[in-house]
Design a protein around this ligand. Structure first.
Ligand code: TRP
Length: 446
């Protein structure tokens, strides 16, 4: 069968960072920092991202490029044992279910971004009332904007790998970085910003003993790098064999973690600026109000301070966020779609619409039962499923797969890999360090 492939190294890095960078960085990470002790969380996150999530990312990329197949097929290919083949298949299927659930809540938040991008436009032309409808939390608005976002995702996925995923990611990612930096520069001149900066950068290390902080940070790192569900595995399967996979993976990690850090640099101080101007951020006992919608309160109040130009800045920001969400949501939808295409022999268009609609249905269930389900579903998928499934990917890459096969895959595009530092460390990491630490953290938390 004719499989798609990314056309260049830059294209791959942009597509994979496009998948990694999204709501997780700019909505998820700062919100978690704000509700989990500020700089201590930032510290835990950085350590866990580089030392546990990066090796797990490499496991997925390498296995994916070797197998050139979706996770359900790829994991069984690593072994001859029937029992382990079955195990691998089950891990792949658990990943498919997890990814569908993740996309169902992701599309809701992405829909909010869409709505917030449109609102200033309506205000500008005098349709205040409708603008309020867009920014007020309502079931109908949620249904409409979630659906719009899902339709956009489906249309890109219909386009396939290089025309759809790659072309979009290449243009959008750099623009987003630029606007973030400009916003930070502006925000740091406002009153209250320095207090926020301190909360963000000066850790209270005693908080690190809190096991729920560590589990949250690990979940956040796995979510942000899109691990545990076969998403990076499928992107690896589209990567050309000429590329130095180790270096490419490192770039993706650096950019993703760097962007989360930069987003925090914007959002956390912005919270304190907003507070300075009278917006309620914490309740009397210091607990964060309205976690899920935090940035939707904080940022608009920041844009308002900017006067007229704030309207355009706000619009640009939320538009770019919608687009960043789109380069991630396509990676989420690609996982089940590629599975159905490869294993059930459906054509790409049919598969995209079929699965896309089913997941939109799942989103609707969440919207109708928002208070009961939304937070719960996020916690189960990101804090538990992702790291646990990531653990199995590591076990398969480290224990089940033959070492020399992994090495020869890495050596494609990097002849001297054998003597490099990566090959000295990574095998030990996926065999021992990642599994032990992930498990230890869970037991500690229970
Ligand atoms: N990492 C993306 C973000 O931070 C979301 C994402 C894309 C994802 N693909 C994934 C999360 C696969 C988990 C699994 O917004």
């Amino acid at each position: 069968m004719n499989r798609g492939q990314f056309s260049s190294k830059f294209g791959f890095i942009m597509a994979a960072t496009g998948a990694a960078v999204g709501l997780g960085n700019i909505w998820g990470f700062p919100t978690q920092v704000a509700s989990n002790g500020g700089a201590a969380f930032v510290f835990a996150y950085l350590v866990l991202a580089f030392f546990l999530a990066y090796p797990a990312l490499m496991a997925e990329l390498i296995v994916g490029r070797y197998a050139r197949a979706n996770a359900v097929k790829a994991l069984p290919m690593l072994t001859d044992s029937p029992a382990l083949k079955l195990g691998g298949k089950l891990v792949g299927i658990a990943g498919l279910i997890t990814v569908a659930v993740i996309l169902s809540f992701y599309a809701i938040v992405a829909g909010w971004m869409f709505a917030y991008a449109l609102a200033p436009l309506l205000k500008l032309v005098g349709l205040e009332q409708y603008a309020h409808w867009l920014t007020d939390f309502g079931v109908v608005r949620n249904l409409i904007f979630t659906s719009l976002f899902m339709i956009a995702t489906i249309l890109i996925i219909c386009g396939g790998v290089s025309a759809g995923i790659e072309r979009w990611s290449k243009r959008l990612m750099p623009t987003l970085v630029l606007i973030l930096l400009l916003l930070i520069g502006y925000m740091l001149t406002l009153p209250g910003a320095m207090e926020g900066l301190k909360v963000y950068l000066v850790p209270d290390f005693s908080l690190l003993l809190d096991s729920s902080l560590l589990v949250s940070a690990l979940g956040q790192a796995f979510f942000s790098l899109s691990l545990g569900v076969g998403c990076m595995l499928i992107y690896g399967s589209y990567m050309s064999s000429d590329e130095n996979i180790v270096r490419v993976g490192a770039w993706v990690t650096l950019i993703d973690v760097g962007l989360a850090f930069v987003a925090g640099l914007l959002i956390i101080p912005a919270m304190y600026v907003a507070q300075h101007y009278g917006v309620e951020i914490f309740d009397k006992s210091g607990v964060l109000l309205k976690e899920d919608t935090l940035i939707f309160t904080v940022l608009p109040s920041l844009f308002e301070q900017m006067g007229e130009i704030g309207v355009f800045v706000g619009m640009a920001f939320f538009l770019l966020m919608s687009l960043a969400a789109l380069t991630s949501s396509i990676s989420l939808l690609e996982v089940p779609v590629s599975y159905v295409i490869e294993s059930e022999k459906l054509d790409r268009n049919k598969a995209s619409w079929l699965i896309g609609s089913a997941i939109t249905g799942l989103s609707f269930i969440l919207i109708f039962n928002f208070d009961q389900l939304f937070g719960l579903v996020i916690a189960i998928t990101t804090r538990y499923s992702q790291p646990l499934l990531g653990l199995f990917f590591c076990l398969y890459a480290g224990w089940v797969w033959q070492r020399n096969k992994a090495l020869s895959e890495i050596k494609k595009g990097n002849e001297h890999a054998e003597y490099g530092i990566f090959w000295k460390i990574w095998p030990v990491y996926v065999r021992f360090v990642c599994p032990v630490f992930i498990l230890a953290m869970f037991f500690h938390a229970l």
